[in-house]
Design a protein. Structure first.
Length: 252
């Protein structure tokens, strides 16, 4: 895929290719250049830099991201930076469309049966919420999967890359580490009507004990100098890669 080696990519992002494996990941999901693809919460645009040129001529890329008018200061700042990124190179990003998406208040992903593929990279844990009493709900992640199911065309694909937690760790604990148990994610997707079409260990890391915060590991290393050598030796978080399909016939 030429887009991965294109001049539009940020050098710091390219350095992470050996951990994130974009070519193998997108091939596993079955992306094609004529698809309508929705990327959910693109952040700084790591995958956007690849998806936009790949889909530019024959497909369509829709970015589900907070609006620049968001009342949340962090979301607003991220949205403004992302908007500026798209505006900085019209030749690459000029055809990219933004769709407002800000959990838990607004989570529409598009019109029914309008997309061939929905992709979410490393943000599943952001869809688990706790109230001031510490009570955790999966209602928001349930809404996400149901909205994704509605937006996809029959036969459409939902591709998920997420930080993995131990199978035995309760979600009430794991989401605080920016992780989720794989079985929980699969259960949520299947409850919304999806069929699990495949799993991959493309971005798995057996050195990761899965019981430490993702942000302590490379590339973020947010714990400063404390245990830095240990965390660098572990490497990036262990990630699951899951491919779900919306059945061609309802209920099948």
């Amino acid at each position: 895929m030429k887009a991965i080696n294109g001049p539009q990519r940020t050098p710091a992002f390219v350095k992470r290719d050996r951990y994130r494996h974009p070519l193998k990941t997108l091939e596993f999901f079955g992306i094609r250049p004529n698809m309508t693809v929705v990327e959910v919460l693109p952040g700084a645009g790591w995958y956007t830099e690849i998806l936009a040129p790949f889909l530019h001529n024959r497909g369509k890329l829709i970015e589900a991201t907070p609006a620049a008018s968001s009342p949340n200061p962090f979301s607003r700042q991220q949205a403004i930076k992302f908007k500026q990124k798209l505006a900085s190179d019209p030749a690459v990003y000029g055809r990219v469309r933004r769709e407002p998406f800000e959990p838990p208040a607004y989570m529409a992903l598009g019109a029914p049966d309008s997309a061939n593929m929905i992709l979410t990279f490393l943000n599943m844990h952001d869809l688990i919420y706790a109230n001031v009493h510490g009570d955790v709900t999966d209602a928001v992640i349930d809404r996400f999967f149901r909205n994704a199911f509605q937006t996809l065309k029959p036969g459409g694909i939902l591709g998920v890359v997420a930080h993995r937690a131990p199978a035995s760790m309760p979600v009430t604990q794991s989401f605080k580490l920016a992780r989720l148990p794989q079985a929980f994610v699969v259960e949520q997707a299947e409850r919304a009507g999806f069929h699990l079409a495949g799993t991959s260990d493309i971005s798995a890391n057996p050195k990761d004990p899965r019981n430490i915060p993702v942000f302590d590991l490379p590339p973020m290393l947010m714990n400063g100098t404390k245990d830095r050598a240990k965390y660098k030796a572990i490497g990036p978080a262990d990630d699951m890669t899951l491919k779900f399909v919306k059945p061609e016939v309802a209920g099948k």
